[in-house]
Design a protein around this ligand. Structure first.
Ligand code: DOR
Ligand code: ZN
Length: 429
């Protein structure tokens, strides 16, 4: 990096909900930090970015990403995943621990950390697992994971079936002031399903995943978190009942937050009728009423965050019979555009609220100093052409995997520049 690395972003609509800012302004970046936000700024020798007619927001903080490294580098790596992130405007992300090996020890934490230090193109923070090998039998050394640097614990991909073990995990996490991220799914209520239980599953001749399997577990985990006094975050909420349960818990003052993915607030279960395995994920796409409830939850503050649940899988694992295909879709490169198209354009969230859900709130939940354009902060930001439309095309994706639920769809909102740590880390074209 040159000694005086300056960038001046001129004339964009700068949106920074943390500072109640939504105005045409310039932003000066020097040596990796935002040094000034204001009108008519000038800086000698700075690289100028003309952002007139564009929107400038804090870099997206995606709190649910599967980078697959170590172990499944054929699906994604830290390098490829963070490049995809930057293309989508994501400058910080939480790497989920369902890798091979799982991030269930200090040693494995250090292994992933060293890969990140060598190859990450964006800010990656790490979640450790709740149980060893994510097998749900024995807790990890939660205090040690925390002291190693883990920012949360999660067995994401599975739920911790044992109530006693989950309670103990929450108690230890509370003691360590560590966030617990719950994948809520009661396997006994899933019947090895592959799509939402109901008419669609019946029509397709496939086994269904009931909504109870999610919301009963949401109910359980919230009750356990309350008992333990722990901070609990519910991953990928998919159904109306979960939203309602979380709203009630929040009203009671329980420390619970939650996220929703773009595919869950956009696509309903009818999308799977063609047996397209890119519509297969866990939790599954639900009904139209669920989408309405998720959108309402975003609008009224019950749902705190938008996260991609970026879950890359290879062609071999997806281009097979629906029932045998892996669960999950990539999402880093489409989350902002999906949020603009489905939430901002449809007046569910205004721009400051959208930025809150996709950047500021997840940073706050994770406890990282990101998600705001305050002078002095790290210069992580995105310049967006909010009105530009594009069609999601598999060959345009930077991710190693192309299992995207939005392929062929027209979305609004194009990332022009992603600035990470004060440098232009992605530029369109
Ligand atoms: O669809 C999913 N894919 N849901 C999960 O919970 C895990 C994820 C994965 O790791 O592939
Ligand atoms: Zn999950």
């Amino acid at each position: 990096m040159s000694k005086n690395n300056k960038i001046l972003i001129k004339g964009g609509r700068v949106i920074d909900p943390a500072n109640k800012l939504d105005a045409i302004a310039d932003i000066l970046i020097e040596n990796g930090k935002i040094t000034e936000v204001g009108k008519a700024l000038s800086a000698e020798g700075a690289k100028k970015i003309d952002a007139e007619g564009q929107i400038v927001i804090p870099g997206i903080v995606d709190m649910h990403v599967h980078l697959r490294e170590p172990g499944r580098e054929d699906k994604e790596t830290v390098a490829s995943g963070t490049r995809a992130a930057l293309k989508g405007g994501v400058t910080s992300l939480l790497a989920m621990p369902n890798t091979l090996p799982a991030i269930d020890s200090q040693q494995n934490y250090r292994l992933l950390k060293s890969i990140i230090e060598e190859t990450a193109q964006a800010n990656v923070v790490i979640a450790g697992s709740i149980t060893r090998g994510r097998l749900g039998r024995e807790l990890t050394d939660i205090a040690q994971l925390k002291s190693s640097g883990a920012i949360a614990i999660s067995d994401d991909g599975s739920s911790v079936e044992s109530e006693a073990l989950m309670l103990e995990a929450l108690k230890q996490a509370a003691k360590e002031n560590l966030l617990v991220i719950a994948h809520c799914e009661d396997k006994k209520l899933c019947a090895n399903g592959v799509v939402n239980a109901g008419l669609t599953a019946t029509r397709m001749g496939l086994r269904g995943i009931s909504r109870e399997s999610e919301y009963k577990r949401v109910e359980r985990d919230i009750a356990l978190a309350e008992q333990a006094g722990a901070r609990l975050h519910i991953a990928h909420v998919s159904c109306a009942e979960s939203v309602e349960i979380i709203a009630k818990a929040k009203k009671k003052g329980i420390k619970v937050t939650c996220e929703v993915t773009p595919h869950h607030f956009t696509l309903d279960e009818s999308a799977v009728l063609g047996y397209d395995s890119n519509m297969k994920m866990n939790p599954p796409l639900r009904g139209k009423d669920d989408i309405a409830a998720l959108r309402q939850g975003l609008a009224n503050g019950t749902i705190d965050a938008i996260a991609s649940d970026h879950a890359p899988h290879t062609e071999n694992e997806k281009a097979i019979e629906f029932e045998r295909a892996e669960f999950g879709v990539v999402g880093l490169e489409t989350e902002l555009a999906a949020a603009i198209s489905e939430l901002s354009e449809k007046k569910i969230l205004d721009w400051p609220e959208l930025v809150r859900k996709i950047s500021f709130n997840p940073a706050k939940i994770l406890g990282i100093a990101k998600g705001s354009l305050q002078a002095g902060n790290d210069a992580d930001l995105v310049v967006v052409s909010a009105d530009k439309e594009w069609i999601v095309d598999r060959s345009g994706l930077f991710s190693k995997s192309r299992n995207c639920a939005f392929l062929g769809k027209q979305l609004k909102g194009v990332v022009e520049y992603t600035i990470y740590a004060g440098k232009i880390a992605y530029q369109r074209g």
